[in-house]
Design a protein around this ligand. Structure first.
Ligand SMILES: [Zn+2]
Length: 385
């Protein structure tokens, strides 16, 4: 049975016969004419189950029933003010508790009687993830993911470090010029957390099979792979659908940053999306066909010499946050089946495109959600995909 505890991360004060809680600028007020609310709140210290709370509260307020206590605690839970103290996070040792203390404080604000703050951190710790491409966005994302508490990470890249990377790839330094990115990135990640398991794979992804080989045992991947420009997104899509791995794919396009998420068996995949575009939008069809030809023929198509750190950092932050939402289930993901974009001159994030699952899709038509993402399939009706 749950032992409800008032969250210490959400302070309250008493004024004008009410108890007021303040979280993120929002005020939640509870009327308390005779002090019974305040007495109840003080009893919610995580040492009592609901029966014990009722027993101790009814000593001072004999008219309070067990049903009253149950309803009041449910209301407090729905308002996000209580958590369950049963899960004491005993699988986190003293060093882990110190390292993640600020995360736990943050997750406590989202905790409920059903899901503890430790459970959110535990899901992050236990998720199997990958970062495909540790260049501009991927190198920022990797370090953020390690900082947040992901501990089982595969990184994949084939590139070597060049001076022209340093306007945005700040985990690398001048002594690293000429070295392979994955190995330097792994060293940097281990310096931040010596307990992280980083598997560095030096490889160029040139087919859906190549993608499958590096994602088949991963729950979620962040992909920031920009070569070959058009084909690689199809390979990422197919490899992840085949593996049942959720794909958070993104990049920067000069002044614009964008990302989307594909959950096999839950959302539409890239082919569902492009199929919809080809049917509905002749201009986009023309562009897709032209880029497809350029990619196939290997024709040079502009120089990759335009990228700016501010936009790269913002894109990484959005993709990392989406990884946290998906892995921890702390709240719903935002970019599933949607392309979200922002520009440097107007960094407000907005939906550029959205698409639905095509039941006849040749790539994902038969896909079923993996165990790690069955919860999204359950909640899919409330989501915009
Ligand atoms: Zn599809």
């Amino acid at each position: 049975m749950a032992r409800p505890a008032l969250k210490t991360s959400i302070p309250y004060f008493v004024s004008d016969g009410s108890v007021h809680f303040r979280l993120g600028g929002e005020l939640t007020s509870l009327e308390d004419a005779d002090g019974r609310v305040l007495t109840l709140l003080r009893l919610l210290d995580g040492t009592r189950d609901l029966d014990a709370v009722h027993r101790d509260l009814s000593a001072d307020y004999p008219d309070v029933t067990a049903g009253d206590v149950r309803d009041a605690v449910r209301d407090l839970d729905e308002s996000g003010l209580v958590q369950d103290a049963t899960d004491r996070g005993e699988d986190f040792d003293a060093a882990a508790r110190e390292r993640w203390s600020n995360n736990l404080g943050f997750f406590e604000t989202y905790a409920t009687l059903e899901t503890s703050k430790y459970e959110f951190q535990r899901r992050i710790r236990d998720a199997r993830i990958a970062v495909l491409g540790v260049g501009g966005i991927g190198s920022h994302a990797l370090i953020d993911l390690v900082a947040i508490g992901f501990t089982d990470i595969r990184i994949v890249d084939f590139d070597k470090i060049e001076v022209s990377n340093f306007n945005r790839q700040i985990i690398y330094g001048e002594p690293d010029v000429g070295r392979t990115k994955v190995h330097v990135a792994a060293e940097r990640a281990r310096r931040l957390n010596s307990g992280v398991r980083i598997e560095a794979v030096e490889a160029k992804l040139m087919s859906a099979d190549d993608v499958y080989a590096v994602v088949h045992d991963r729950d979620i991947v962040i992909a920031v792979v920009d070569r070959p420009k058009v084909h690689v997104v199809h390979w990422l899509n197919e490899g992840c659908v085949r593996a049942g791995t959720t794909l958070i794919n993104g990049g920067v396009d000069t002044q614009r940053a964008m990302h989307y998420t594909m959950v096999p068996g839950v959302s539409g995949c890239l082919e569902c999306w492009y199929g919809q575009v080809r049917r509905d939008d002749p201009t986009s069809r023309m562009v897709l066909d032209a880029l497809d030809d350029i990619d196939r023929e290997g024709t040079p198509y502009g120089e990759d010499t335009a990228a700016f750190n501010g936009l790269v950092v913002a894109a990484a932050a959005h993709m990392v946050s989406e990884m946290v939402r998906l892995a921890s289930r702390v709240c719903q993901p935002l970019s599933v089946g949607r392309l979200l974009e922002q520009t440097f001159h107007d960094p407000r994030v907005h939906e550029a495109e959205s698409w639905r699952r095509d039941p006849d899709c040749t790539v994902c038509g038969d896909a079923r959600p993996s165990a790690a993402h069955a919860w999204l399939a359950r909640d899919a009706r409330e989501l915009p995909f």
